[in-house]
Design a protein around this ligand. Structure first.
Ligand SMILES: Nc1ncnc2c1ncn2[C@@H]1O[C@H](COP(=O)(O)OP(=O)(O)OP(=O)(O)O)[C@@H](O)[C@H]1O
Length: 708
């Protein structure tokens, strides 16, 4: 006993001194960041300008430090908060954790984060990191964003559709809040924005939002940040807003290029990983790839190669990260590596901006990214692999110089870099806009075509998406949200076509089945077919296959997994249960990560529909009923067989083929609904169910009776 007590005492002391030295290190690190030298100047600029554009090298401290400067300068007096938006969930979570640690608080207290389906904030949260999409959702409940004194839109160069919509919306909120500002402040020491500027004892500027009369709001300060944005474009959009440049960078990153064009970037990436591992000094590796399937294939090849290395060189671990991975699995990449082990992270562009992955010294950038494209003429959206922009290449190399000097290996010749586009084409110009239009309409924007966008999307895309929303019954003839369907759809955080499917299903007695379907459709590839075990995998898939098509097949997989868990629940604890599910998945050639993600989405969306009061009903064994419900939900995506065995998409007239991964690939029914259009060398449709064409006349006459 005594011994144990002694041990505890010693380790407590160890802990304490470890904590103190960690705190000291963090404080020193903060002081060493380039942004630290301009703290005062920055605060003055924010006080003087309602909108400020801040440009500073990657790693200079923008995301983690500027919100803390603003907090210390008094921007959260009166209970107001500073909101910081990020294009990606993983960045919002990890940055919030880091800033909470720097402030010496638990995440969720003074510093918190909020992302779709996860809110780690409290009434005492004053610095809140969140995704840009989440702030837009918050605006539905609080159109003046009244709880915020400052909004920082970080990584604005990414130009995600949410960032662009948010900027237009924030511009509007700023105008409204400025108008509502009571002008009877005490004018002494007050600048034009109604903020009091005082120099504090420590020589730092401190602002105070003077108590305003009545319930009027102080102006909303807006900061737009990035390492690589077109400051002029943003400045013009915000009426000549001031741009502030943070001088200096933290650590140098040496860039190298290939001598020749590479034919297969996956192969060269794999080779480069092992060259670094065998020849370079210690430090972790981050390699950028384009998607889950590519990552999984390189992950397997890398693991096989590691096994072939001499024992002493097998100290390399491979960790994947992509957006379809559940949050806690994504966070695995941030765990420190044990001494003597090198990790290689295979990432999509999810790890491109904002995140700091401890230990990364080497970046491999093949120069490609998978991005959405949209053809408004055909109403078809597809994912295509494109070369990155210069801005993306700079962000990627920036991940290497965050804890010390780093190296970036670009897998293309140097002259290629200069040929890249400066910045990424804004997503709003290359995506289906139905989600944007639904959100803007819910925010009270009646004429989306006239909305003040930073760069307007093609008018044709607006009209096409508007037409889709009208056909789905979300928007009424007067351009407003329909009641109740449009309002319900705007509340469900899914693509409008899936939100509508849930509403249709609740009216057709099969909401349970549709909930499973949309959850499974929201993740990437449930089945995996390893090259060397194609036949075995195909045989296993047959056990789940439904002759009706892929939707019912997905339901079969989900229900089999739930049955398996229910059977084992009594014998195993939670950890062992998950482990045995993973084994079950492996035996059945099911991607356990995707299945887990689908289960998460299912439970979260289920919560939403329950709160909305939709009846959680099931059609039981009546699968005909469910297939009719699929037809009534996805009537915009119909394809019919042609004499030569190909299909014609009903809406666009395009010739398409059933994707080889579909259970209907060989069966070729006369008429199908589908959920995905994929363009590779051929045009494919994926996630398909056979239907009776006559159902469409009955279930969606407003579209099919007119078009037939
Ligand atoms: N989670 C973390 N773990 C360890 N160090 C971190 C973490 N987050 C930030 N840092 C350190 O703080 C520095 C500043 O990070 P910050 O994200 O504020 O920079 P930034 O200027 O916003 O960069 P970027 O433009 O790339 O987002 C990083 O270079 C890194 O050294």
């Amino acid at each position: 006993m005594e011994r144990q007590g002694l041990n505890v005492k010693v380790s407590n002391n160890d802990c304490k001194s470890e904590n103190i030295s960690r705190k000291r290190k963090l404080a020193e690190h903060r002081k060493s960041l380039p942004v630290a030298s301009v703290e005062n100047l920055l605060i003055q600029e924010v006080l003087r300008n309602d909108t400020l554009i801040i440009v500073g090298e990657t790693g200079s401290g923008k995301t983690t430090q500027i919100p803390q400067f603003l907090f210390n300068a008094g921007f959260c007096r009166d209970g107001k908060a500073i909101g910081v938006t990020q294009p990606r969930r993983v960045a919002a979570v990890t940055v919030a954790k880091r800033v909470a640690e720097e402030c010496g608080v638990e995440v969720g207290q003074k510093v918190g984060y909020s992302i779709r389906f996860e809110d780690v904030t409290s009434s005492s949260t004053r610095i809140k990191y969140m995704t840009d999409g989440l702030l837009l959702r918050e605006a539905l409940l609080d159109p003046y964003l009244s709880r915020y004194s400052v909004i920082i839109v970080d990584e604005a160069h990414e130009r995600t559709v949410h960032t662009d919509v948010l900027l237009g919306f924030l511009k509007k909120v700023q105008k409204t809040r400025s108008r509502s500002l009571n002008d009877s402040f005490n004018t002494e020491n007050v600048n034009t924005n109604g903020l009091v500027l005082k120099k504090g004892n420590n020589g730092k500027y401190v602002s105070s939002l003077r108590q305003h009369r009545g319930r009027k709001l102080p102006p909303l300060k807006l900061i737009i940040m990035s390492a690589s944005l077109d400051a002029r474009l943003f400045s013009e959009y915000f009426g000549g807003a001031r741009a502030f440049r943070i001088p200096g960078r933290q650590y140098p990153v040496a860039i190298s290029y290939t001598r020749k064009h590479v034919l297969d970037y996956s192969e060269t990436t794999l080779i480069t990983i092992f060259q670094i591992h065998l020849e370079e000094s210690p430090g972790d590796i981050l390699a950028f790839l384009t998607g889950q399937e590519e990552i999984e294939s390189i992950e397997n090849l890398a693991k096989e190669t590691i096994q072939k290395l001499p024992e002493s060189k097998r100290n390399l671990v491979v960790i994947p990260i992509y957006s379809a991975l559940p949050s806690e699995q994504q966070l695995r990449v941030f765990a420190p590596t044990p001494p003597g082990v090198r990790k290689v992270i295979l990432a999509t562009n999810i790890a491109e901006t904002s995140v700091t992955i401890p230990g990364i010294k080497y970046v491999i950038d093949p120069g490609f990214v998978k991005a959405r494209t949209y053809d408004p003429n055909k109403g078809m959206e597809s994912l295509i692999v494109f070369p990155t922009s210069k801005a993306q290449a700079l962000q990627r190399s920036g991940r290497a110089g965050r804890e010390g000097p780093g190296k970036c290996f670009r897998q293309y010749p140097e002259d290629m870099f200069y040929k890249l586009e400066d910045s990424t084409k804004p997503e709003i110009k290359r995506c289906n806009l139905s989600n944007v239009i639904l959100q803007l309409t819910a925010l009270g924007v009646d004429n989306v075509a006239e909305f003040d966008f930073l760069e307007a999307p093609p008018r044709q895309a607006i009209f096409k998406s508007l037409e889709q929303l009208i056909l789905l019954g979300a928007i009424a003839n007067d351009g407003k949200l329909s009641d109740p369907v449009g309002h319900q759809m705007a509340r469900i955080p899914l693509d409008p076509i899936y939100s509508k499917a849930l509403i249709v299903a609740s009216q057709s007695n099969c909401l349970e089945e549709m909930l499973i379907t949309v959850s499974m459709l929201s993740v990437e590839s449930i089945f995996y077919h390893p090259r060397e075990k194609q036949e075995e995998a195909r045989a296993k898939m047959k056990c789940f296959s439904s002759p009706e098509g892929d939707h019912l097949t997905l339901i079969n997989v989900y229900r089999s997994a739930v049955d398996f868990l229910n059977k084992k629940k009594l014998e195993l604890n939670k950890d062992k249960l998950e482990k045995s599910l993973r084994k079950w998945c492996k035996e059945n050639f099911i991607n356990s990560r995707s299945l887990r993600h689908a289960r998460d989405i299912h439970s979260q969306i289920r919560g939403h529909v329950e709160r909305m009061g939709l009846p959680l009903n099931s059609c039981g064994d009546d699968m005909l009923q469910f297939c009719r419900c699929l037809a009534g939900s996805f009537f915009l995506n119909v394809a019919t067989k042609q004499p030569d065995g190909t299909y014609r998409d009903f809406a666009s007239g395009e010739v398409v083929q059933i994707h080889p991964s579909s259970v209907l690939f060989r069966k070729k029914p006369d008429c199908v609904i589908f959920n995905e259009f994929v363009q590779t060398n051929n045009k494919y449709i994926r996630n398909i169910t056979k239907i009776d064409r006559l159902w469409l006349l009955e279930l969606a006459p407003h579209y099919h009776a007119l078009k037939s």
